[in-house]
Design a protein around this ligand. Sequence first.
Ligand SMILES: N[C@@H](CCC(=O)N[C@@H](CS)C(=O)NCC(=O)O)C(=O)O
Length: 265
Amino acid sequence: MGSSASKISETGLKHCTLWKADRSPACRAVMMALDSMNLSITEVDINMDKGEHRTQEMINLNPLQTLPVFKDRELVISDSHAICSYLASRYCDSGRLLPKDPGGRSIVDQHMHYNSSTIYPRFRAAAYPILYEHCNFVMPQQILEIECIYSDLECMLFKRTWFGGSWATLSDIVFASTISTLNILVPVDKNKYPRLSSWLYRISEELYFITANRKGLSEFSRRIDCSTSLDDTDEFKCPRSSCSRRGLQLKEPSPEATCKPVTQD
Ligand SMILES: N[C@@H](CCC(=O)N[C@@H](CS)C(=O)NCC(=O)O)C(=O)O
């Protein structure tokens, strides 16, 4: 972990901090939510390969020893879905990401529960043996279970452009982080899942996907390919603002980090 303080932009929330790792889809969902709302908070990079999420300081914040961890003054939240909901309801007056009407909100909640209860465990089951147990392929049973998710999502997108409403909401943001990551492990076949494939292409063109998701996706992809820890070559070693992260991503887009397998003719 770095130690120097970062410069927070004038639109920043100086009292908020996010501890995160770019390769984690749960962290990237929060980063996309932040970027979508143009919020700037202090971000601290945690190296999971070095076990930095298990230090006493981090365990005090989050006994579950997972990332992301978010702090707003005395409030600590350690689930990406809860963090996204909190940020949207506390700091986004328009209700654009999280509808204010109970019906609209319940649909977004339903998607976030599906992401948390079904998609995330299947992501872990497929990715963790490769990340941590020297396995170098996705097991057939995991492929089947991921294909079931694609099939569910394909049905959910019937006559819809976005999952949660007429525009992209938190539903789309949390699905974007997990599905773009699963797409690296089990590519979304555009012939079998045309709606899902088009949605993934559409969301991958959103500015917040570019600033908050692409770099981590590329890191995850490289980590899966070599299945050993990557060298510490990251440019970010110190806490910094979300705003400076966004600026850097826009200045230095990574060509390899695009959503390659999902293209449209
Ligand atoms: N439901 C949690 C899941 C958090 C989670 O499992 N995060 C992973 C990273 S993507 C983690 O911290 N894993 C701990 C480890 O790999 O040791 C959320 O959405 O925040």
